[in-house]
Each structure stands twice: as C-alpha cells, then as structure tokens.
Design a protein around this ligand. Structure first.
Ligand code: AQP
Length: 339
C-alpha cells in the first residue's frame, strides 16, 4: 500500500481541504503503517507558482501548511512529509511525461477551463500543464491510494491515462513501469461547498472570507460564519428526500454528518421540522470542538521555522531516495543516455 497526496500552500487551509483530504491523509497514513506500506504527503509548492503569487507569502504559507498538517494528525514519524521544491524528480518526471500527455487531454480538464475562464491566452503554461505535474507526483512513488476531494477525480483519471500510455508505448507488456493509481474519495464530504453559494466549491481563492471556515478560525468567527451561512427559508425536512434541490441545506448537513459520524436520517430525526435557527448553533459547536485541538497544536508549532524546515528536509531526503529508481527507469525506458 503506497499512499501519496499533496496540498497547495496557497493560503489558509479550510474545512473542504480538511474533510475532503486531510482527514483521509491521517486515516490512510495509519492504515499504510499497519499494512507495512508507506505514506507520502507533500506540499505542492511547484503547483502554487502556476498562479500569480507573492514569494514571501509562499514561503510563509509553506511553513504554516506543515504546521497545520502536523496539527491535524499527519505524523512525520509515520509519513514522508516534504515539499516538491526539494525533490527535483517531480519536475524531471513531469518533463518526461510531457512527451506522453496529449494537448487534447489537458484541454478537457474542467479545472483548467474554470480557472482560465475566457482568458486562456493570458494564463501561465504551468496552469495548463498542472495535471501532468500531478501525474508525476503520484507515479514517481508508484502510488496505489491517492486521497483527494471529488474535484481532483478527473486529474487522477488523467494520471492513469498517462501511466497507461507510457507503459504501452515504452515498456514490455509483462513489465509496466508505472502502477495505475486509485483515487480515494471519501464517501461523505468529498465536495464541501461555499457557505455563501451552495453551487460553488469551498475554496481558498474565493475572495469572501465568509464563504469558508478556515482551520485557524477562532470560535467566535466560526459561530458567526455559520450563523450567516446562506440557507433557504424552509424548515429542515424530516426525511432525506425532502432535501432534494436544497444545495445549502445539503451542504450544512453533510458537514455535520462528516464531523459527528451521524447519518443524515439521524440528523433529520433530531432537527426535521425546525428552522435553521436550531440547527446552525449545533453545527457551529461541533465545528468549534473539532477545530479547538487543531488550533492549540498549530499555535505551538507555527513559529518554530527551524523545526518545520527540519521536518521538510528530512521528508525530502526520504522522498528523493524513494523516487530515484522510478525516475531512472523512466529515463531508460525513453532511451535517454545518462552515463
Ligand atoms: N471544497 C472542497 N471539498 C472537498 N475537498 C476539497 N479539496 C479542496 N477543496 C475542497 C481537496 O483538498 C486537497 C488539497 O487541495 P489543494 O489546496 O491542493 O487545491 P485546490 O483543490 O485548488 O484547493 P482550493 O481551496 O480550491 O484552492 P484554490 O482556491 O487555490 O483553487 C485536494 O485533495 C482537494 O481535492
């Protein structure tokens, strides 16, 4: 079992990152250790430069993201925790895979279409080739399980297509180089939506702070954001089918069930027939209690840059070692001479 996933240090991580991905990093890290496998979690700093950015902020965000991941339970003693920039094999393998990836495949990526909008000509080349780097990130370590939110499913499918084509084009039939990675998408909370718009994903880049719960929000801020979260005027239904077409209600109940382990039926049994005025404070409390230990640990860790850098340096050394054989084999398969 090889678990591999990454998160961009592009801002404060939010509840969507937590429920869609980070919770599963911790779960799969423990499963991998128990099964004698390995877990690699990286900060996708090379991905972060695909959009306009402030270099000093990227450095600060990178350290804060390590502190956040550790505060959430990613354990550097169990997981190889590092940033891409310290492992050149990610960028090297991306270049090798650029020869296999097709323009048409990348043109179909919905994240590219959404982020580029009408201004494709003005985007960085990195934003367009982003999914090829993502393929390199997981194929380099022969990933079997890739914990991601629903929004990354299409990129994972692309990574499988690239791996399959490379194996077909450059490897003997009985000796494929790349393992085809499987996405691990949580059954609930795979797509947490904005608190201001039930049809948009909760995102770091949404200009409205009120659209997301950041993992570093204090209790008053959390309660305020939930109180002001957009909802419709109807009371909560008593049965699940009554939620049809009510995106904001589905989102808030989905967050509650993911955090408490209760089923939707149980929650509706408790709050059905009542307005959001009863449910929202309960949801706020659950969130505050979830974030309390994370915030406490984050505060202890966040200012010790030396310790945070040491975690990344140690992880990067392990990652360079682990990815070396696959990178060498990819160069060889392509006929590139490197003596
Ligand atoms: N709203 C979400 N619900 C569930 N999972 C989510 N993820 C992101 N948003 C949600 C998952 O978090 C992991 C890390 O994501 P990322 O930071 O690398 O990239 P992202 O998807 O681009 O995150 P954002 O917040 O939406 O950033 P911006 O605004 O910069 O684009 C991934 O596994 C992702 O699926």
């Amino acid at each position: 079992m090889r678990v591999v996933s990454g998160i961009q240090p592009t801002g404060k991580p939010h509840l969507g990152n937590y429920l869609g991905a980070i919770v599963n990093y911790v779960k799969l890290q423990d499963e991998a250790v128990a099964a004698g496998g390995e877990c690699f979690i990286f900060l996708a700093d090379l991905h972060a430069i695909s959009q306009p950015h402030d270099p000093a902020e990227l450095t600060r965000n990178t350290r804060e993201m390590v502190a956040t991941l550790v505060a959430c339970g990613v354990d550097p003693a169990k997981t190889v925790l590092f940033n891409q920039a310290q492992v050149p094999a990610h960028a090297e393998l991306q270049w090798l895979l650029n020869g296999t990836a097709r323009m048409g495949w990348l043109n179909r990526m919905t994240q590219w279409k959404d982020k580029a909008g009408k201004n494709r000509e003005g985007q960085s080349v990195a934003l367009f080739t982003y999914p090829v780097l993502q393929a390199a990130d997981v194929l380099l370590y022969q990933a079997t399980h890739v914990p991601v939110g629903e929004d990354q499913k299409q990129h994972l499918e692309l990574a499988r297509d690239i791996a399959q084509k490379f194996n077909n084009d450059f490897c003997a039939e009985d000796a494929p180089l790349f393992t085809l990675p499987e996405p691990y998408i949580p059954p609930t909370a795979a797509r947490i939506m904005s608190l201001r718009d039930g049809s948009a994903k909760m995102s770091k880049s949404d200009p409205s702070e009120m659209s997301r719960i950041s993992l570093s929000d204090d209790p008053d801020t959390v309660m305020k954001k939930i109180r002001k979260a957009r909802t419709d005027p109807e009371p909560l239904p008593s049965e699940e089918k009554g939620l049809n077409g009510r995106a904001e209600a589905i989102n808030l109940i989905g967050i509650y069930t993911a955090l408490t382990g209760k089923s939707t039926a149980e929650v509706l049994g408790e709050y059905g027939g009542q307005g959001f005025g009863a449910f929202k404070p309960a949801l706020g409390e659950v969130l505050v209690e979830t974030l309390r230990p994370i915030n406490a640990r984050f505060t202890e860790l966040k200012d010790d840059s030396e310790a945070l850098d040491a975690i990344l340096a140690r992880g990067a050394a392990q990652a360079r070692e682990s990815g070396g054989a696959t990178l060498d084999a990819a160069y060889r398969a392509l006929g590139l001479v490197r003596h």
